[in-house]
Design a protein around this ligand. Structure first.
Ligand code: PMP
Length: 286
């Protein structure tokens, strides 16, 4: 399928959608991004994603050269241009091209890129049977070094952990923080259920504040499920009744094994299933 890729207000065919090799997004991972879902032709929680994008950009002193309102319109227009009813959007803002040195302030031309396409992240069997996790030895970025709240183009920290996961035969890996507490997975937030209580690490555990995470917390509260944002350890995962991951691409996905230990009874649990159904219903609401 020949997609139309948006770059700075213009559409390009896939083969002509290009940025400079001098772009600091490529040279240094200097830039920010968002990954969003399209359901029934509409982007799920677009404003929240754009607000997070702006916060990431502020944190790295990158001025996005258009307004949030304009970018909202442009994202919607790109979805329409590509005729997508269901799909995924990758929105990228790079620092732009500049001299080879690090200096971001000598890059004057940030590139705003919108790619709208279809996605299937994990095989369907992982949603029905649950996936296996491993704890990575690579810890999540220390918040005082590079805050995990910034969704930056520098994903090497997560990629290091992803390599460990894949080498162990797992498609996701759990990352601990510098204190040894559970932070998140390489591209997903993590939830546990124990005795009917839903818990997930707090933002200051050094995680990305996931849009899906927030949606699931709201759904749980609406369903009368007690929720807690508290520090969790690997031990808490070992003794949990249920575990699941959330992300825009992954949605709600059960995890049934970690570090070769079975979680709960080794099957997606009832709370996970309930929240998964509630999430699927929510995203289809217009
Ligand atoms: N943590 C990390 C490290 C991520 O990259 C993502 C997004 N893929 C998430 C959590 C989930 O965030 P969201 O629900 O906003 O997609």
């Amino acid at each position: 399928m020949n997609r139309k890729i948006y770059i700075n207000g213009q559409y390009f065919d896939r083969e002509n959608a290009k940025v400079s090799v001098f772009d600091h997004g490529l040279l240094y991972g200097d830039g920010v991004f968002e990954g969003m879902r399209i359901y029934s032709g509409k982007v799920f929680r677009l404003l929240e994603h754009l607000e997070r994008l702006w916060e990431s950009a502020r944190a790295i002193a990158l001025t996005i050269p258009i307004t949030i309102e304009q970018l909202m319109k442009d994202v919607d227009a790109t979805v329409k241009e590509n005729g997508l009813e269901d799909g995924y959007i990758r929105l990228i803002v790079t620092r732009g091209a500049g001299p080879l040195g690090l200096d971001p302030f000598r890059c004057s031309d940030p590139q705003i890129i919108i790619i709208a396409d279809t996605i299937s992240l994990y095989p369907e069997s992982h949603y029905t049977d649950g996936l296996k996790l491993v704890t990575a030895s690579t810890i999540r970025n220390h918040p005082a070094a590079l805050s995990p709240r910034i969704k930056s183009l520098n994903y090497l920290n997560n990629i290091m952990a992803k390599i460990e996961g894949l080498n162990a035969g797992c498609i996701e890996a759990v990352m601990l923080n510098h204190k040894g507490e559970v932070a998140e997975c390489t591209g997903d937030n993590l939830f546990l259920v124990k005795n009917g209580v839903l818990s997930t690490p707090p933002i200051d555990a050094g995680i990305l504040e996931g849009i899906t995470r927030n949606a699931v917390l709201e759904l749980a509260e609406n369903a009368g499920i007690e929720t807690r944002q508290i520090p969790l350890t690997r031990h808490d995962i070992y003794i949990a009744d249920e575990c699941f991951l959330t992300g825009s691409a992954a949605e709600v996905i059960p995890a049934v094994e970690i570090d070769n230990r079975v979680i709960g009874d080794g099957k997606p649990g009832p709370v996970t299933q309930k929240l998964n159904e509630a999430f699927r219903k929510l995203v289809r609401q217009r």
